[in-house]
Ligand binder design. Structure first.
Ligand SMILES: Cc1ncc(COP(=O)(O)O)c(C=O)c1O
Length: 356
C-alpha cells in the first residue's frame, strides 16, 4: 500500500504551506517498509531486538557508551535530569532553553531548582555560569549543567564548539556532568559540517529527537555513560515509558538516524532563501538569518501582533506559528520544496502589502 508521505503531492497548491514546525513531517516510504518488516519483542520483558539495534546505532552516532529509546525528547531530557541529580540540588541552564521555558514539568517531578543563566544566541554567559557553579554556604549544589543545540528559541542557532567545550570543561572541573538537549543535534552538526558525535563529545549525556527534521513518527534517544542509561531505564519504567513491540517505531528511528540527516542541508538552504526574501520585503518586518531550519520574523514595527499576522498569513496560504507577541516562527522541513518557499514569500508580501 502506498503512503501519502512525500513532498508536495499533486494538488497541494490548495493546501496552505505549513511552516509551523518540523514536527509535522510524516514517515518516509523507507520508514514504512522498515516498520512493516521489523522484528519486535517486549522491551519491558526480554527486550525488543529492533529497539536494541536503534539504541546501539544511535549511541555510536552520538559517540556514547549506551542509548535508551524513549517516547519523546521531553522524556529523554527528564530522564537525563532524574538519573543525574538528587532532590534539592539544582540544574543550571540557559534562560531561553527549551528545558527551562517549556519543560517545567522536569522541575516539578525532580524536586530540582532550575537556575537560569542569561545567554546570547542560546549560549550561556560564561562569567555568569562560572558564578552559578561556585558554591558558598547559601547555594544549592549543582547536579547538572544543560546546553541546547540547535537552539529552538534562539531561531535554530548553533552553539559554537568552543563554547560547548568551555562549558564542559568548566562543569567537569567541578565534577558536574553536562547534558545536551540535542533535539535538533543533527541540524547543528549539519550546519557545522561535522558528524554528530563531534558535537556531542562536549557533553556527557545527549538527547536526540527522531520525530522533527529526521521525520520518524515518534521517539527520541537518550545516550550517555552506561551507568546513567541503566538508571534512566529504571526511571523510564516508573514514568510509564516502557513499551511493548515498540520495534515497529524503532525501525523508523533507525532510518531517521542512519539516513535522514543527509538531507537537512536542504532545509537550511530553503530557510535562508526565505529569510533573505523577507529581509528585502518591507521595512516593518525583519527575519533572523538562520544557521539551520528555523527563521523568526519580527513583526513588532508592523502595528499588528503575531496572532493577527498568523491569521492573515493563513488566509494567504501560509501557516506560521506566533512565537511570543511580536514574532512568528517559520520552520523548513522535508515536505517543503522550493515552490513552497515562493508561496510563503507571496503570502508574506500579500499581508505586508496591506500595512499602512
Ligand atoms: C530544543 C527542544 N528540546 C526538546 C523538545 C521536546 O521534544 P518533544 O516534543 O519530542 O518532547 C523540543 C520540542 O520542540 C525542542 O525544540
Amino acid at each position: 500500500m502506498a503512503h501519502k508521505t512525500e513532498t508536495s503531492p499533486a494538488g497541494a497548491e490548495l493546501l496552505p504551506v505549513d511552516l509551523r514546525s518540523d514536527t509535522v513531517t510524516k514517515p518516509t516510504e523507507a520508514m514504512y517498509a522498515r516498520m512493516a518488516s521489523a522484528s519486535t519483542g517486549d522491551d519491558g520483558l526480554d527486550g525488543d531486538p529492533t529497539v536494541q539495534e536503534l539504541e546501539s546505532v544511535a549511541a555510536a552516532a552520538l559517540g556514547k557508551d549506551a542509548g535508551l529509546f524513549v517516547p519523546s525528547c521531553t522524556m529523554a531530557n527528564l530522564l537525563a535530569t532524574l538519573a543525574q541529580s538528587e532532590r534539592s540540588e539544582q540544574i543550571v541552564l540557559e534562560s531561553n532553553a527549551h528545558m527551562y521555558t517549556s519543560e517545567r514539568g522536569a522541575a516539578t517531578f525532580t524536586g530540582l531548582f532550575c537556575l537560569a543563566v542569561a545567554g546570547t544566541a542560546g549560549a550561556m554567559d560564561l562569567n555568569l555560569l562560572e558564578h552559578a557553579l561556585q558554591s558558598d554556604g547559601h547555594k544549592l549544589k549543582t547536579a547538572l549543567v544543560a546546553m541546547e543545540t540547535s537552539h529552538n528559541n534562539a531561531s535554530g542557532a548553533v552553539l559554537p564548539l568552543e563554547h560547548m567545550q568551555a562549558v564542559h570543561a568548566m562543569a567537569s572541573a567541578r565534577g558536574v556532568p553536562v547534558h545536551l538537549d540535542g533535539a535538533r543535534l543533527f541540524n547543528a552538526a549539519t550546519a557545522l559540517e561535522l558528524a554528530p558525535d563531534q558535537v556531542a563529545r562536549h557533553c556527557d549525556t545527549v538527547s536526540l529527537c527522531l520525530s522533527k527534521g529526521l521525520s520518524a513518527p515518534a521517539g527520541a534517544v537518550l545516550a550517555g555513560p552506561r551507568a546513567v542509561i541503566d538508571r534512566s531505564r529504571k526511571f523510564r519504567r516508573m514514568l510509564g515509558g516502557t513499551q511493548r513491540q515498540i520495534g515497529i517505531l524503532a525501525a523508523a528511528g533507525l532510518e531517521a538516524v542512519q539516513v535522514m540527516g543527509a538531507r537537512l542541508a536542504e532545509d537550511h538552504r530553503r530557510a535562508r532563501v526565505l529569510s533573505d526574501a523577507l529581509n528585502g520585503m518591507h521595512p516593518k518586518i525583519s527575519a533572523t538569518i538562520p544557521q539551520t531550519n528555523i527563521v523568526q520574523v519580527d513583526v513588532s514595527l508592523s502595528g499588528r501582533d503575531s496572532a493577527a499576522w498568523s491569521e492573515a498569513l493563513e488566509r494567504a496560504g501560509l501557516r506560521a506559528r506566533p512565537w511570543g507577541r511580536h514574532r512568528l516562527r517559520c520552520v523548513t522541513h522535508r515536505h517543503i520544496v522550493d515552490a513552497d518557499i515562493d508561496r510563503a514569500v507571496i503570502a508574506f508580501r500579500t499581508v505586508a502589502g496591506a500595512l499602512v
